[in-house]
Design a protein around this ligand. Structure first.
Ligand code: COA
Length: 367
């Protein structure tokens, strides 16, 4: 048998392409989209940042309005899509439902726009993901899906349809910031999975469905739900120390901690932590926030003893933020997908310019 070649398990540290969409500087804890640091983007309009990812520069007011109009005008589900949502078991996890629904979305458009065919298809998918999530939630509660309200922003429209009532400005602002922070992250697992699908020249909606299935996993996007539920299962602050020590002794991962790229604090967690604190302290969510904070401290201490740099990632403090927004934890990762889809689309369309089939090798070791 041939000698075992070097195996790049998990592709850890391996460059598999170039990108100009975003830059993750893991050693120093910086993240930028199209050259602009996220610290300078979080307070911008959500659709402006979508535009930046997709078209490489920030939009002028007309370009922003055109993109927002396109998204809002393609948001409402048609009869077939509503019937499909209604036919799905309401106990199914929203991420499985979403992965199944995306390739079934109708991509027809009569709207006048200058977007390429694939850009328009991807934008229609992005427009309908919030509608599918809100419809699934409403139908699960015995209600009819709510249609979009003209004059509300993209994220405001999602909260309106999810809550069944108009959100406050503070709620919209919190969602905007969180969604901007999680919109894009270079060749993360789900983006890369979408690129594998796109590399076979499968259509954009199939590549996005692949990404959504990948995002669902607990080691990736699903850590948001898992981290909050972990904290909710710890009833008292006094139990945190034993929980962490026992988990580590059993080699169980603490959800929302650690990152493949960041060796210092995740820059997104740095922004989310004070937001979570402000939203939770003095409210019924205070205990959950304090439990998470204590987990972070004890994990930091334990990891330091082992010489490891394991810090809180974006998912750790996102849970209390979404929870305080009144969103059930099973919807956290779906809302993540609502924003990350713009990053997927930017990468999929970039890959079309110089497409190469992605097909690695496995070393055969015999039976
Ligand atoms: N809890 C406990 N230990 C952890 C840990 C965590 N959350 N994250 C990493 N470690 C430990 C591993 O056990 C491993 O220890 P070992 O070398 O003694 O075996 C070491 O740190 C390296 O971790 P590893 O899982 O090999 O690194 P990775 O780059 O493959 O993994 C993650 C990165 C994100 C998958 C990992 O940190 C993790 O599982 N985190 C929890 C899930 C999560 O929050 N995911 C969202 C990421 S944004």
């Amino acid at each position: 048998m041939n000698e075992l070649p070097k195996i790049y398990r998990g592709l850890n540290g391996i460059y598999v392409g170039e990108t100009s969409v975003s830059n993750v500087e893991g050693d120093v804890g910086n993240l930028s989209y199209r050259g602009i640091n996220i610290k300078d983007l979080v307070n911008r309009d959500f659709v402006e940042v979508c535009y930046l990812l997709l078209f490489e520069t920030l939009p002028n007011p007309h370009q922003k309005m055109q993109l927002e109009d396109f998204l809002i005008n393609h948001s409402d589900l048609n009869q077939m899509e509503v019937s499909l949502v209604k036919s799905i078991d309401k106990n199914l996890h929203p991420m499985k439902m979403l992965q199944a629904m995306v390739p079934l979305i109708s991509l027809e458009t009569e709207y006048q726009h200058g977007y390429s065919h694939e850009m328009a298809s991807g934008l229609i998918v992005a427009a309908k993901i919030p509608s599918i999530l809100a419809a699934f939630y409403q139908v699960g509660r015995g209600n009819e899906p709510i249609t979009v309200k003209k004059g509300l922003s993209f994220n405001e429209n999602f909260l309106y349809r999810f809550y069944g009532q108009l959100p406050s400005d503070q709620q919209v602002n919190i969602l905007d910031v969180t969604q901007i922070l999680q919109m894009e992250h270079s060749f993360n697992a789900s983006t890369y999975a979408s690129l594998v699908t796109a590399s076979t020249l499968a259509p954009v909606e199939c590549a996005i469905a692949t990404a959504i299935g990948t995002l669902y996993g607990k080691l990736h996007g699903g850590a948001d739900q898992a981290a909050l539920e972990m904290a909710m299962n710890i009833s008292s602050l006094n139990d945190v120390e034993s929980f962490v020590l026992e988990s580590l002794a059993k080699k169980q991962k603490i959800m929302g901690m650690g990152h493949r790229e960041y060796k210092v604090v995740d820059p997104r967690a740095k922004i989310l932590k004070p937001m979570a604190r402000e939203l939770c302290i003095g409210t019924p969510f205070e205990n959950i926030y304090l439990i998470l904070e204590k987990i972070e401290v004890i994990m930091g201490r334990e990891m330091q003893k082992k010489g490891k740099d394991i810090k809180a990632n974006v998912e750790f403090y996102k849970g209390p933020v979404f929870y305080a927004l009144g969103i059930p934890s099973v919807y956290f990762t779906g809302i993540f997908a609502m924003s990350r889809v713009f990053g997927y689309l930017a990468h999929i369309l970039a890959s079309r310019e110089k497409n190469v089939l992605i097909r690695p090798k496995a070393f055969y070791i015999g039976r």
